[in-house]
Design a protein around this ligand. Sequence first.
Ligand SMILES: [Zn+2]
Length: 238
Amino acid sequence: MSDEVWGWVRAAKRIAVLTGAGMSAESGVPTFRDAQTGLWAKFDPSQLATEEAFRAKPSMVWDWYAFRREMIAKVEPNAGHKALADFALRYPGRLTLITQNVDGLHQRAGSRHVLALHGNIADDKWLDPPKACCNAAAAVAGSPPYCERCGNLLRPDVVWFGEPLPLRALAAAEEAARACDLMLVVGTSGVVYPAAGLARTSAGKVVIVNPHPSDLDDAADAVLRGTAAQLLPQLLED
Ligand SMILES: [Zn+2]
């Protein structure tokens, strides 16, 4: 752990934190590929996680998500998730949390107002723009659930291949990057858009927390080699 970086955290008035898959590694969240077991082994996730696939075979895609939801429900937030949530509680308004993860572990650790750039696998939304009759709480149970009046289907509220990121969350993330004194980039390779763009437009210092080299290391003011669960509790403690 670097005393210098610890000092930057103490001094920063606005901290943006961007987390990726490595954030949840110690929670044991199965990756997209890990979920391809048993019955699902013969399917390619890129063929399932699309709007076209869902429209063509809604119940197959829904069941695949139900399986992934079950796997994710069994894992727990780690010490890194908790450190971020605790810091935000102690210092309201100082930390903006941006995540590429859909596992919902930040939210389960107690973080609020998470900017979930790829959605949250635990949530549903309507496949087609909802009409007045579409009430998710009253959807008819099924695989997938649907609106009894118009037949609109519920789908997982995640960003599928070929879909744009949620505009409001992305705009808020870009604003947080531009306005921060310090950005922590945790457990992301930096290859996946928009992580690289956010880190490179950061107005503040950029600190990478990652046990592995990432494409963003060259843009960083400091690189901390370790995992989120190891390093964030030390970095964010008082
Ligand atoms: Zn409806």
